[in-house]
Ligand binder design. Structure first.
Ligand SMILES: *Cc1c(COP(=O)(O)O)cnc(C)c1O
Length: 483
């Protein structure tokens, strides 16, 4: 059938010439598609495609190719698109290294291997190989966690929010927990200390003021019903100016003199002093334990650089009490998480090699010059592609954020590839390019700032450069075609 016939044919005629599902099912070329996706999926895809073609025809579209070959092509494409994973890999050039919306820490090869192995074969997750009987899954990482934090015992749950919740539910249900007013944090909207406390059945006793809290505030709040004194690391903001807070050591002493535990929610759990690598200092669980904290909670996928998990370390007796709480079972982690966490923790035994081996630390310690050179390399390659447009490519000094409520005010010197509009119409083009990059084969996440498009290259590995150039070239092409 040629196009002129199609164009002239009246709507009913066109509709009647659309092949039936049965007819398409019987075509030799459809068998190949059916064997790839299954007969039922083929039938469903065929119905969807034919329905949409009928709609198009009724809406007056006359240039539709209704040959069997072309319809099979559409069905195949529909099935290919539907088969694409929803969880897409992206290139994170947002300038935030631990981006919660982009999955936080990228894991090192050692961890990925361990996770694949744990998923592939049966593993002794809760099985004591020496005794041949039931074991405890926490033991997989407990020794490492104790070694790295100086704690007596450890347990792992789904994430740090779960760790804080479980701790409060197990130790402060229907009892009071004292927290400084300056630490009643909200993280990413859904995690608010007062709400978590309420849900865990703990009664929050706020002391001090937003900017200043003193030892006597805690002492005066202690009573019969006090179960815990809690310190929450203000990981996504700082209070500056006329401020006062009670040092952890003193809080521990106050709690202990009253016979109750002192607990610390650290949030980001770097296990090693980051100053060793030239990065801003972030408190570690080991420091908190050393000055007398009885329990410390932190995330597995923030600065620690591992899988999503919430870790509780501290006194054996308290950890045991937490593990006996029925909610532990509801919040526990699976074998894949434990396999990844174990492998990541092992890397910390060799701190000198950590910036090479722990992906997050590698990203955070990348120096400005190295990133600048990468920007210049890309500009060189991309300049011809951008040549005829009123857009300018430049290298801009920027500051990366660590992210995920880690080291909130610290920024790392970095460099960005900047695409700057040179005219009013080019400003619209910038927005189209940004959208096209998100819609590409591998979505590229940058940011628009002052009308320009910025890509902080801190998290771009050298082996991804060629891909990025191809993705940018392709996005530019699509953005200039579609107005
Ligand atoms: C990030 C954070 C949490 C929540 O941890 P998740 O791992 O996201 O559940 C809780 N408390 C503090 C202080 C944090 O920084």
């Amino acid at each position: 059938m040629n196009n002129i016939d199609v164009a002239r044919a009246p709507v009913t005629d066109l509709l009647s010439r659309i092949p039936s599902v049965d007819r398409l099912l019987s075509l030799p070329d459809s068998l190949c598609i059916q064997s790839t996706y299954g007969r039922q999926s083929f039938i469903e895809a065929t119905r969807t495609v034919l329905d949409s073609m009928r709609k198009d025809i009724l809406n007056g579209s006359t240039h539709l190719d209704i040959s069997e070959q072309s319809i099979l092509g559409r069905i195949d494409q529909y099935l290919i698109d539907r088969q694409k994973p929803k969880l897409r890999q992206v290139i994170n050039l947002s300038g935030t290294v631990l981006h919660t919306n982009l999955g936080r820490a990228v894991m090192p090869a050692e961890a990925v291997e361990a996770m694949v192995a744990a998923a592939t074969e049966p593993c002794a997750l809760e099985y004591d190989l020496g005794e041949g009987k039931r074991g405890d899954r926490d033991e997989i990482v407990e020794e490492l966690l104790c070694e790295l934090t100086g704690a007596e015992a450890a347990t792992v749950v789904n994430n740090n929010a779960a760790a804080v919740f479980l701790l409060l539910q197990a130790l402060s249900n229907r009892k009071e927990t004292i927290v400084s007013r300056g630490e009643l944090i909200e993280i990413g909207g859904a995690f608010r200390i007062p709400d978590i406390m309420k849900r865990a059945g703990a009664k929050l006793v706020e002391v001090g003021t937003t900017n200043r809290t003193h030892a006597k505030d805690f002492q005066e709040a202690l009573g019969q019903k006090t179960a815990l004194i809690m310190k929450v690391h203000t990981s996504n903001y700082v209070v500056q100016g006329f401020t006062a807070e009670v040092p952890e050591k003193q809080l521990a002493d106050i709690a202990h003199s009253h016979g109750i535990p002192f607990v610390v929610d650290l949030g980001s759990g770097t296990l090693i002093d980051l100053a060793l690598y030239g990065l801003p200092t972030e408190p570690t669980p080991a420091q908190a334990i050393k000055v007398g904290a009885d329990l410390v909670t932190f995330s597995g996928d923030k600065l620690l650089g591992g899988p999503q998990a919430g870790i509780i370390v501290g006194k054996k007796e308290l950890i045991q009490k937490i593990k006996r709480n029925p909610l532990k079972r509801a919040l526990r982690v699976g074998k894949i998480t434990l396999a990844g966490l174990e492998a990541v923790l092992r890397l910390y035994r060799h701190p000198e090699a950590l910036p090479q081996r722990l992906t997050v630390l590698k990203q955070l310690t990348r120096n400005e010059t190295d990133i600048q050179e990468q920007v210049m390399r890309l500009i060189e390659k991309l300049r011809p592609v951008f040549a005829s447009l009123s857009l300018e490519l430049r290298c801009l000094a920027v500051k990366s954020q660590i992210g995920s409520g880690s080291l909130p005010v610290e920024r790392l010197l970095s460099a960005a590839l900047m695409i700057q509009p040179l005219s009013k119409s080019a400003e619209k083009l910038i927005l189209r390019i940004e959208r096209s990059l998100r819609a590409g084969q591998t979505p590229v996440i940058g940011r628009v700032q002052d009308r320009a498009l910025l890509f902080d290259l801190r998290c771009l590995r050298p082996d991804q450069e060629a891909d990025l150039i191809a993705l940018m070239t392709d996005a530019l092409k699509r953005s200039t075609e579609s107005k």
